[in-house]
Design a protein around this ligand. Structure first.
Ligand SMILES: Cc1cc2nc3c(=O)[nH]c(=O)nc-3n(C[C@H](O)[C@H](O)[C@H](O)COP(=O)(O)OP(=O)(O)OC[C@H]3O[C@@H](n4cnc5c(N)ncnc54)[C@H](O)[C@@H]3O)c2cc1C
Length: 329
């Protein structure tokens, strides 16, 4: 019988990502309701320290594959390995993060296991009968879906980054880690990663950022993106963008927020010169506080904004930057 709650731990060159701590917090809530154990699964190279950390943040067991072959994320190999572990251990629930990696990995995994996937969820709970129930927005956030699972196990769900507080560290916790040999037939991949291109020195990961300042076509020209970068810098935030400016080559795709870009969930999202097309809104409307700067008082972005500033961004954005620099010095 399937039992236990698993999380798939994400890391960056051996340091656990914030989303992993969020998953452990989500798993803890479910584990308490079900009186189950939490196991964390981790793939990578040089993973001993990260595996030990997983115990400190709430894992009862850790299973990890540690091999230079797994240094780079490759969704086909990772999915094959994870599917194999799931078949051997039969967890009841498997949680991952709806990050770039999770969005590539989990649909593949669900297909391999012939089970369902509740993707990009905002909430997870267990029903009286112990089964998982996930909630997620759909149709541009106009409706909320409650997702339950049929007979197949595991019940797989991916959680949006930043919808859960991170698990707290307890240095006294430890446990027994399993570090099996990597099955060589399953690690084969059709993907050859040549280079990992980061977001540039000092840049902040959009999906993990607490503050995002985003720019759109209202900026008029690529060189004006520096206004957005300056405001983001003053707030120690990340830079986001609409698709219009990414398509125009004003900024790299990794900054794009929305349906075909990233889903973000910061505490504060400042949209400057962005009209608020539905494809942009689906990627940012669950942000804690939304501030919009637009000279068109009827721009749709104001429908989701908590604070709206109607005016010229070329006056307002530098004024905000100056004010925040002075206040946050
Ligand atoms: C399948 C599909 C997927 C898509 N995916 C995405 C996605 O992931 N992300 C995304 O963003 N879009 C996406 N889009 C595109 C989306 O429909 C919009 O075209 C896009 O979001 C518009 O970008 P924008 O708001 O920057 O530009 P515009 O719609 O042109 O808006 C510019 C805004 O700037 C304001 N403005 C102009 N000058 C000033 C000024 N001086 N001061 C203040 N305000 C000013 C204007 O009033 C206007 O509201 C997608 C579209 C499709 C069809």
């Amino acid at each position: 019988m399937a039992q236990g709650i698993w999380i798939f731990a994400q890391h960056k060159t051996g340091s656990l990502s914030n989303v992993t701590y969020e998953l452990l917090a989500a798993a803890k809530k479910l584990a308490e309701a079900k009186s189950s154990e939490i196991s964390a699964v981790l793939f990578g190279a040089g993973m001993d320290d990260a595996a030990a950390d997983l115990f400190k943040y709430g894992a009862d067991k850790v299973i990890y594959y540690d091999s230079p072959e797994l240094e780079q994320f490759r969704d086909d190999a990772y999915a094959n390995l994870l599917a194999d572990l799931v078949k051997k251990h039969e967890p009841e629930i498997l949680l991952g993060s709806a990050t770039f990696y999770g969005k590539a990995l989990f649909p593949r995994l669900a297909a391999l296991l012939e089970t369902g996937l509740a993707a990009d969820c905002n909430g997870l709970a267990v029903r009286e009968d112990g089964t998982l129930v996930a909630t997620k927005p759909a149709f541009g956030g106009n409706v909320w879906l409650t997702v339950t699972f049929s007979e197949q196990r595991p019940q797989i769900a991916t959680l949006r980054p930043k919808v859960m507080p991170e698990a707290e560290k307890d240095d006294s916790r430890s446990g027994e880690a399993e570090k099996p040999e990597v099955p060589s037939d399953l690690v084969q991949s059709k993907i050859n990663v040549k280079e990992n291109v980061g977001g540039g020195e000092g840049s902040i990961n959009l999906t993990e950022a607490d503050i995002i300042v985003a720019g759109g076509r209202g900026l008029k020209a690529p060189e004006n993106f520096k206004l957005i970068e300056e405001l983001a810098g003053a707030l120690n935030g990340a830079v986001g963008a609409s698709r219009a400016v990414v398509d125009a080559d004003w900024i790299e795709y990794s900054h794009q927020v929305g349906q075909t870009g990233k889903t973000v969930n910061p505490k504060l999202y400042i949209a400057c010169g962005i009209s608020g097309a539905i494809q942009h809104l689906v990627g940012m409307q669950s942000s804690g506080t939304i501030v919009a700067v637009n000279r068109d008082k009827d721009a749709p972005i104001f429908k989701v904004a908590n604070y709206g500033i109607v005016g010229d961004l070329f006056e307002i954005v530098p004024a905000l930057t100056e004010k925040f620099r002075a206040e946050l010095k």
